[in-house]
Design a protein around this ligand. Structure first.
Ligand SMILES: [Zn+2]
Ligand SMILES: [Zn+2]
Length: 178
């Protein structure tokens, strides 16, 4: 639910099938362009991330889902490749857990981390992205991406938990053409 200022928040509960197909196609293309063979292990990791990596998925979860066929070593190597190709982002939180998320202009959002529970909530905010664009302009720089993570405590009136995740089409952050 919008809060009247372009702020949209909540928990990602559904798989966006368009995003899934789009990212999957782009990932396969980039991996091939980079000279990697699209082997079964790469295919398995890409398929899993396209479906479950639309918001943060942690490394343990990825390993658990791909076991026993894929070894942690090969999965980590493939994750590293995808990072290098700019297809996923990695977030290292204070709990020491690495989480991954697919990169797609239509999937741009930020995160709030509840420091008490460790819960991570996605949200989008048109004003925040506007401020980022204006800052880049003032600095005289062209930015390809940005990440914003807010940390703190949810207040009793927080609506983070109650809302269903929904993207605000107006705030899609499209970086400079790649
Ligand atoms: Zn996310
Ligand atoms: Zn943003």
């Amino acid at each position: 639910m919008g809060l009247g200022s372009g702020l949209v928040l909540g928990t990602m509960v559904t798989v966006d099938e368009q995003l899934r197909a789009r990212w999957q196609a782009r990932a396969s293309e980039r991996v091939a362009d980079a000279g990697h063979r699209t082997g079964a292990a790469r295919r398995a990791v890409i398929d899993l991330l396209a479906r479950e990596g639309q918001c943060l998925i942690d490394a343990q979860q990825i390993m658990a889902e791909l076991r026993p066929r894929r070894s942690p070593a090969s999965v980590y190597r493939i994750l590293h490749e995808l990072l290098t190709l700019g297809l996923i982002n990695r977030f290292d939180s204070r709990d020491g857990i690495a989480r991954y998320e697919i990169v797609d202009p239509g999937n741009h959002h930020h995160h709030f981390v509840d420091e008490q529970t460790g819960d991570v909530h996605p949200f989008t905010d048109a004003r925040l992205d506007q401020a980022v664009r204006e800052t880049a302009e003032r600095l005289g720089v062209t930015i390809s991406c940005h990440e914003v993570t807010l940390r703190g405590l949810e207040q009793p009136q927080s609506r983070l938990m109650a809302q269903q995740w929904r993207r605000d089409p107006e705030i899609v952050f499209v970086p400079g053409a790649r």
